[in-house]
Design a protein around this ligand. Structure first.
Ligand code: PDD
Length: 278
C-alpha cells in the first residue's frame, strides 16, 4: 500500500511517526473514515466538515484545507486502485520534544496520516445482519468529537465477541447511546427512532444522510432516546456508519428482533444510500 504521511506518499513500511507523537502517547488526535464505492468517495464534504469541528473543539489547527485533503484522498484511492473500501485519516497534535500534559506550542507541526483499506463487496445489497449485546457506556463525555481514544469501544467489541455477538450497543442512564463504532436505530410500526444529537454520541455522517433520505421518502423519523427494552420489542433494528452503511441488527442480548432476518425499512434505506453514493 501507498500511504500518506506529512506531505509524502510512501510505501507503508517506510512511513514513520515519532514515539513522542501525542497521538501515540495521549490519544491526542482525531480521525475520519470516508468510504469508497465504485472508486468514488462517499460524503467527503460531511467528513471534512466534521473533522474541522473535531479539530477546533480540541484547539487543534487545520493543517490542510478541505481541497488539499480531498486531493490526498483522491490520490490515495487512485494509487491503491481502491474500488470498494475506505480512506482512514488521522491528525494529531504532533510530536513535542518530550512527554508533557501541557499542549506543545501552537507552531508544533501536526501529524497527518492517511491510508486506504480495500474491502471488495462492501456495497453488497444484502449485508450479513448483526447481533448486539448491551453494555454500559463508559466512554468520556465528548463523544461528539471523533477522537482516537477507542479503547472502550474496542473492549466493548471484545465483550460482544466473547458473548457470541458481533457488536455492543452502549447504554447510559438507561438509554442507548450508540454502537461501538456506529449509530443505533429501531423501527416501530413504520417509524424510525434514533437518539437525538448531543455530546453523548458521534454525529454520524451516514446518520445525517440516511435520515435525510428517509424523510425525502416520506418515512417518519423520531430523534429521541430509547431503552434496550424498547429495542427488544421493536419491529426492526439497524445501525449506520461509513464502514457498514445501513446494516440490520437481528438480535439484542440474545432476543430476536422482528423475523430475525432484517427488516424492510433497513433494506430500503441501504438501497437508497448506496444508490445515492454511486
Ligand atoms: N466509526 N458512532 C461512533 C462511535 C463511531 O465511531 C462511528 C464511525 C459512527 C458512525 O459515523 P459515520 O456514519 O460518520 O461513519 C457512530 C468509524 C466508521 C470507525 O471508527 O471506523
Amino acid at each position: 500500500r501507498t500511504v500518506y504521511v506529512n506531505g509524502q506518499y510512501l510505501p507503508e513500511d517506510e512511513a514513520k511517526v515519532s514515539i513522542f507523537d501525542r497521538g501515540f502517547l495521549m490519544a491526542d488526535g482525531v480521525y475520519e473514515v470516508t468510504s469508497v464505492i465504485g472508486g468514488k468517495l462517499v460524503d467527503f464534504d460531511g467528513h471534512a466538515t466534521r473533522l474541522e469541528r473535531s479539530l477546533s473543539e480540541l484547539d487543534m489547527g487545520q493543517p490542510l484545507t478541505k481541497d488539499e485533503l480531498l486531493e490526498v484522498h483522491r490520490e490515495l484511492v487512485r494509487l491503491n486502485e481502491i474500488d470498494e473500501g475506505g480512506v482512514y485519516l488521522q491528525i494529531t497534535r504532533g510530536a513535542p520534544a518530550d512527554r508533557d500534559f501541557v499542549f506543545p506550542p501552537a507552531d508544533t507541526p501536526q501529524t497527518v496520516v492517511l491510508f486506504t483499506q480495500s474491502k471488495p463487496g462492501l456495497s453488497a445489497a444484502t449485508p450479513k445482519p448483526i447481533s448486539v449485546i448491551s453494555i454500559e457506556d463508559q466512554r468520556w463525555g465528548r463523544r461528539d468529537i471523533k477522537t482516537v481514544q477507542l479503547l472502550y469501544p474496542s473492549l466493548g467489541k471484545m465483550m460482544a465477541k466473547a458473548a457470541g455477538a458481533d457488536d455492543a450497543w452502549m447504554v447510559e442512564d438507561g438509554f442507548v447511546t450508540e454502537g461501538t463504532s456506529n449509530n443505533a436505530y429501531i423501527v416501530k410500526g413504520r417509524k424510525i427512532i434514533t437518539r437525538h444529537l448531543g455530546n453523548e454520541i458521534l454525529h454520524g455522517i451516514t446518520r445525517a444522510a440516511v435520515l435525510r433520505f428517509a424523510r425525502e421518502a416520506q418515512m417518519e423519523v423520531e430523534e429521541r432516546n430509547f431503552t434496550i427494552d424498547e429495542a427488544k420489542e421493536a419491529d426492526e433494528a439497524f445501525i449506520t456508519s461509513a464502514t457498514m452503511f445501513v446494516t440490520p441488527v437481528v438480535a439484542i442480548d440474545g432476543e430476536q428482533i422482528g423475523n430475525g432476518e432484517g427488516g424492510g425499512i433497513a433494506a430500503r434505506l441501504r438501497e437508497i444510500y448506496i444508490e445515492e453514493s454511486r
